[in-house]
Design a protein around this ligand. Structure first.
Ligand SMILES: [Fe+2]
Length: 206
């Protein structure tokens, strides 16, 4: 049972002018697909092929040395991007923040503006390639964190400072913004806030 790259759910140009069509097409059709294909090739014929990515991430401390890099890099890349597409939307109704999300943000950060400030700062300061996240931790609080490369907060790895369930994430690899913004990552981070699917965030917080 191989991992299937889900449909994008909107057209490549649907997030214009905030996220450009050329980046979306390359990102989805080449980068994401490559992670999925390489992950499937690595687990083919192995017991791990029957496990969900979330299960593999939770059990990464027990993975064999030959499989660990494939799950970390390609399994991570497959899962992270699948969620990333869902965290963005062209639909105004989906951009409305549900009350329970607003309350949870206020309780953990003080306000939406403070969350945006912390998250944007985390995204801007990822050194090299990686992701910024809002996670729900085991105690039910929300927290901003970041990870390197294609790691994510579900992974049971010593490099993950904060483990938890991601409810929002932003890809800050250069491939996510270089065509439109070149080296100006902060411009891309600002653009992201215009397309966040808060209704999907809300579905993860139930
Ligand atoms: Fe990416």
């Amino acid at each position: 049972m191989s991992y299937t790259q889900p449909e994008l759910g909107y057209a490549f140009n649907a997030l214009e002018p905030h996220i450009d069509a050329a980046t979306m097409e390359l990102h989805y059709s080449k980068h994401h697909k490559a992670y999925v294909d390489k992950f499937n090739a690595a687990v083919q014929g192995k017991n791990e092929d029957s496990l969900k990515l979330e299960q593999l991430f939770a059990g990464m401390d027990k993975l064999s040395a030959d499989l660990l890099p494939a799950v970390r890099n390609n399994g991570g890349g497959a899962w992270n991007h699948t969620e990333f597409w869902k965290w963005m939307t062209p639909n105004d109704a989906q951009k409305q923040i549900p009350d329970h999300v607003k309350s949870a943000i206020d309780a953990s950060f003080g306000s939406l503006d403070k969350l945006k400030e912390q998250f944007s700062d985390a995204a801007a300061t990822v050194f090299g390639s990686g992701w910024a996240w809002v996670i729900r931790t085991a105690d039910g609080k929300l927290k901003v964190t970041k990870t390197a490369n294609q790691e994510n907060p579900l992974m049971n790895l010593p490099t993950i400072a904060d483990r938890g369930t991601p409810i929002l994430g932003l890809d800050v690899w250069e491939h996510a913004y270089y065509l439109k913004h070149q080296n100006r990552r902060p411009d891309y981070i600002s653009a992201f806030w215009n397309v966040v699917n808060w209704q999907y965030v809300g579905s993860l917080l139930k």
